[in-house]
Every structure is written in C-alpha cells, then in structure tokens.
Design a protein around this ligand. Structure first.
Ligand code: GUN
Ligand code: ZN
Length: 442
C-alpha cells in the first residue's frame, strides 16, 4: 500500500459490523462481521475493509493508527428527519401536534431570524449529532434565510454530510413565520444557489406540511424539485389523525393526504416524508413507485401521541424507510434510543425488529432512503469513511448484559435497548476523529 499519496493512510482496528444489503431481504449474509477488523482509509475514503491479520503487513510505516479493539465500529448513523431549530424545545410538556406547534415550536423558530442565535443553535446541534454517533442528517431549518446559512455553515465547518432546507409556509401559521409563495420561492432559490452541491451539502425544498402551504406554494415547490438536478424534498405526511382530518377538509378534491403532494409534483426520488402513519396501501404503493421515502420517527410518534408506523406494510410495498429523530418532538438525538422505541412501537403492532434490521435501518437503510448509498452507509471500497465507535460495555448494566450474550445479535440488541450516547466512544468523519468521548470527559 506504499505510494506517493499526499496524506498518510488512516488505519482503524476494532470489531467491525456493517451491511452490504438489507438483512430483511438478503438474510444473514447482508451483515458483515469482522471480530478483529481493519479499516484502511485513504484521503477520507475506504481503501480496504477486512480481517486485521490479512493486511497488517502491507500497511506503510507512516500510517496513522486508531486502536479501537474491544469496541464496535459501524458506519455513522443516518438521521433522515429532524429540525435543528427545535433543539431548544425538546421535552416540552403536554400537547399534541397542532397545540405543540403553536405553543412551543413557532415561537422558538421565530428567534432564528437572528443570525447569531441561528449560528449558536446550529453549532450545538451539529455537535450533538456527532456526540450521538450521527454523521449524516436531513434537517428542517426555519423560514428564515439566516437559519439555512447557519446550519449549512456549521455542517461545512465540521465536514459533515447534511441535507437542509428553508421552511415554506404561506397559510395557517403565525404572521411572523409566513411570507408569500413568491417570496418563499425566491429565498429558496437563493439558498440553493449558495449551498446545493457544495462539498458534502445538499438542499431540500421544504414545505412544512399541507395545512401551512397554499396550492400555489406547493406548485412552486414541485416545479423547483423537478427542475433542479439532485434536489431533495422534505415534508410531513399523515402524522396525526386530527391533522389528517384537517387536511381532508382543506382538500376535499384529493383522494388522500399523499395525493395532494403527488398532484403538486412533490413525489419522486429524494422526496422524504416524515411519519406516514395515517396512510393506506395505495399511498404506500404510490410512494414506492415514485421512489419516495418514509422517515420512521418513533420517539416523536410516542411523545406527541401520533400513532404507530407500520414497518411490515411499508416493506411489503417496497417503500424506502429510514429512521428519524424528529427533534424536538422526538426525545433523543440517539439512533440507539430511537431503535429502542422503534422496537416497542412495532411490538404494539405485533411486529418485531431484529437487531440486524435495526442497525441496517440506522446506517445503510437510512443512506438508501436518502439516495446517498453510493457515498455512505457501509464500508465498501470508495465509500466516505464516516463511522461510529460503540462501547458495548459503556455502563455497568450493559457490561453485565454483554457478558451474558452469546451472539453478535444479542450484543447488538442489548445496545439498541440499553444504549445511548454514553456508548459513543468516538465518531469519525472522512476518517478523522470528530468526537472522542475520552478527550471530552465522556
Ligand atoms: N408537522 C408540521 N410541522 C411539524 C413539526 O415541526 N414537527 C412535527 N413533528 N410535525 C410537524
Ligand atoms: Zn418533523
């Protein structure tokens, strides 16, 4: 492996677990497990992933080594739906969706007109992602152009992969968060020009949800989504029953909530819809056919009392599914805690979530939902070397349980039920450490 490369290789040793496919479709062979594995990283990308014994002799003398033996190395977690501007209202008591938006969310988002406030919140949010092992996120900003600049700038400075967009609202919201459809489009175009496709960043056209956008605004959003290559679309779909009834009363002409998005050109590859709880099989078929993805946000769905996402039906229709934290209706940045609640949501519906399936959803499944699997999601050669180092014995209870686990699946399941950010020993972006717990006092 010696050559005239610009930077020394990075060599990472530990127990490696990653997915080459969906274990629900391909079975156990989709999960690659290297009890003593080595990642070799060249200029931020995976050059080699294999057993340590096979390549150690070929490593050049100037390589930089990270020894994570005793810990698990997985691809960085992918959060397919969140709101960075709601970090400060996480754990706000007592309301369901509409009242929660009015009482907590809109007033909090109002403050993002101030660039200094937005910058401070964006920096804290990105640091929280890294501390929780999340290396890629798709996030709402607020209606304010300064909020978009702040989150992209924070991600760029940390070299994170991030998809974000300015919220569009032109009806049924507080005056201080609304603008005309034309203004919303002009601000969106300016942000696309500034950020889309720059380094590891991509832009998502972001109508908040049907009740807060006029048909004109949805139409303009659909045109942008169709016209600009590589653009994403993010919104909410059928989160609560009362919201879905409200949407039906606003749009008696539509077959379903999804049908409204479809009629305005908002269905397609790289469209990501959060929640998708109160939908039917025709909606699932339609989303899958168009390549749109559903973001399953269990901590939010339980916190707001929204309902139970049906993973088995989504899978039956071949729908792309990723996990979302949906901060601040969601109650944790941790994809481990999100998996814990996903497991329980599915139990309530008589379904089960195997640990391999859970970690697939948190990594490659999320990358596929975001059409980023050619860049991230596993350790195939050429992928960007974003990874998380998990300590399976981070707490006394985890250590106790882990000592009694006979299989990898049992150990992964203990992590997903008992784990949280205390398990994140380190997070690396493009091979480089971006968060090291030991250096920060845990
Ligand atoms: N629906 C419309 N806006 C929001 C939001 O900010 N959070 C959640 N959970 N649902 C929404
Ligand atoms: Zn949301």
């Amino acid at each position: 492996m010696a050559s005239s490369r610009r930077n020394p290789l990075i060599v990472v040793r530990g127990e490696i677990v990653h997915f080459t496919g969906d274990p629900a479709e391909e079975g156990a062979s989709a999960c690659e497990h290297l009890p003593d594995g080595l990642l070799v990283i060249d200029d931020g990308r995976i050059l080699h992933c294999g057993p340590a014994s096979a390549v150690q002799d070929a490593i050049p003398g100037d390589a930089r080594h990270f020894d994570y033996r005793g810990k698990l190395i997985l691809p960085g977690f992918v959060d397919t739906h969140t709101h960075y501007a709601q970090t400060g209202i996480i754990a706000s008591h007592g309301e369901q969706l509409t009242a929660w938006l009015e009482k907590y969310t809109y007033p909090a988002e109002r403050r993002f007109a101030d660039p200094a406030h937005a910058a401070a919140e964006a920096g804290f949010f990105c640091d929280q992602l890294l501390r929780h092992g999340t290396t890629t996120a798709m996030t709402f900003a607020t209606v304010h152009p300064a909020s978009v600049d702040a989150i992209f700038e924070a991600a760029r400075a940390r070299r994170m992969r991030l998809i974000a967009g300015k919220v569009l609202m032109d009806r049924n919201g507080p005056d201080y968060l609304m603008e005309s459809a034309a203004e919303g489009e002009a601000h969106t175009l300016a942000a696309i020009e500034k950020w889309h496709g720059r380094e590891r960043l991509a832009y998502a056209v972001t109508p908040r949800f049907v009740p807060t956008s006029t048909p004109e605004q949805l139409q303009r959003a659909g045109r942008l989504f169709a016209d600009i290559p590589g653009l994403y679309l993010q919104s909410h779909l059928a989160e609560q029953r009362a919201e879905t009834d409200w949407v039906a009363s606003l749009h008696p002409e539509a077959r379903s909530y999804l049908d409204i998005y479809a009629r305005h050109g908002l269905l397609g590859a790289r469209a990501v819809y959060a929640h998708c709880i109160w939908i039917d099989d025709e909606d699932r078929r339609c989303m899958a056919l168009h390549g749109a993805a559903a973001s399953f946000c269990p901590t939010s769905n339980l916190f707001l009392g929204s309902g139970l996402f049906d993973l088995a039906r989504a899978r039956r229709f071949g729908l792309r599914v990723g996990l979302g934290t949906d901060i601040g209706a969601g109650t944790s940045f941790s994809l481990l805690q999100t998996l814990d609640e996903a497991y329980k949501v599915l139990q309530l519906a008589g379904q089960t979530l195997a640990p391999e399936q859970g970690f697939y959803l948190a990594t490659l499944g999320g990358a596929r939902a975001l059409y980023l699997d050619e860049f991230i999601g596993n350790f195939a050669v050429g992928r960007e070397a974003d990874f998380v180092v998990l300590d399976p014995e981070a707490t006394p209870l985890l250590a106790w349980r882990n000592a009694r686990a006979a299989t990898l699946a049992e150990r992964l399941f203990a992590l997903m039920m008992l784990g949280d950010e205390r398990c994140v020993a380190a997070t690396h972006l493009l091979g480089e450490p971006a968060w090291i717990a030991a250096e920060q006092g845990g």
